[in-house]
Design a protein around this ligand. Structure first.
Ligand code: MG
Length: 163
């Protein structure tokens, strides 16, 4: 049996993960419309990964006989002014998601819900990777995307991402 507070936070996290997926689709669309198909394809894969995160939480909750209620997903509406803007947004957003995962983790420990702690360990590792990926991409952009040729080459490289 899961702790009530923990399961409530997890249900909420499903919405956050789906929001992340939506956010990365917004970014993917932006790059596609700017003609940067490699960036667009990279963020589309990123969006798919986020919806898998949501599914992971749903499956865990169902495996533990908890009910999942889906809520409305917000949409990121602000316009991007430069190609770099979405990359900064991604890094900040991943740091925020890390803080949400940490909050669930802390609640699970407090409730001695060690099954959930064990489940959440995967997300702790995943968030470290997500932050690193976002940080690396931003740094790479700052270093190499100094002219249109650099932007194009980085886009080509990102387009090669498989999963
Ligand atoms: Mg995620």
């Amino acid at each position: 049996m899961l702790d009530k507070k923990v399961s409530k936070l997890m249900v909420n996290q499903i919405n956050k993960e789906l929001y992340s997926s939506y956010l990365y689709l917004v970014i993917s669309n932006y790059y596609a419309e700017e003609g940067l198909n490699g960036f667009a394809s990279w963020f589309k894969k990123q969006a798919e990964e986020e919806s898998e995160h949501a599914e992971k939480f749903m499956e865990y909750l169902h495996d533990n006989d908890e009910k999942v209620t889906l809520e409305t997903i917000d949409v990121y509406k602000a316009a991007f002014k430069t190609f770099k803007d979405p990359l900064v947004l991604q890094l900040n957003h991943e740091k925020y998601v890390t803080s949400l995962i940490n909050d669930i983790y802390a609640a699970a420990i407090e409730a001695k819900d060690y099954r959930s702690v064990n489940f959440l360990n995967w997300f702790i590792t995943e968030q470290a990777e997500e932050e690193k990926t976002a940080q690396d991409l931003l740094k790479e952009f700052e270093l190499f995307a100094i002219d249109t040729k650099g932007v194009f080459e980085l886009s080509e490289k990102l387009g090669a991402r498989r999963k």
